[in-house]
Design a binder for this molecule. Structure first.
Ligand code: DQA
Length: 147
């Protein structure tokens, strides 16, 4: 099975960006953990980060061609603005879990709404970097790849 992990804008700055909100774990730390776990379970995992909405749309469309089975996505601020990302995920019909490091419901009101959540298999927020690991465990089970 193939799993794609997508990260939206500013998540390349994890570790230095508002660490009191997002923690000290870097994106490459997160990727390394996910990669190791996926490999142990016999799944292929790829990560992609972009600060550009259209590049994320292109990556989601490419995932369909590649036969990606499951997507984990932290859309960053595009969570709250992007009909285009919502439409792309709907277009490819690949099941996805939405992940946020912070608890978006405990923050500013404009972060409370997500354009993706009602289409997601599930949403994890507020668990920090662990949220990605929990999402991956779920995906591996769903794909019957857990060891
Ligand atoms: C975020 C929450 C968003 O509101 C914010 O714009 C981000 C990160 C999170 O992981 O907590 O960039 O998705």
């Amino acid at each position: 099975p193939r799993i794609l992990v997508l990260h939206g804008p500013n998540l390349n700055l994890l570790g230095v960006r508002e660490p009191q909100i997002y923690g000290r774990t870097t994106l490459s730390d997160i990727h390394a953990r996910l990669e190791a776990r996926a490999q142990a379970a016999g799944a292929r995992l790829e990560s992609f980060q972009s600060n550009h909405e259209g590049e994320l749309v292109d990556r989601i469309q490419a995932a369909m061609e590649e036969g990606v089975d499951f997507i984990l996505i932290n859309p960053g601020a595009y969570t709250h603005t992007s009909v285009a990302l919502r439409d792309a995920l709907a277009a490819v019909s690949i099941p996805f879990i939405e992940v946020h490091l912070s608890n978006i419901h405990a923050r500013e009101p404009f972060r409370h709404h997500s354009y993706l959540s009602d289409q997601a298999v599930g949403v994890l927020c507020g668990l920090g970097a662990y949220g990605y690991e929990a999402a991956l465990e779920y995906a591996l089970r769903a794909l019957n790849a857990a060891d």
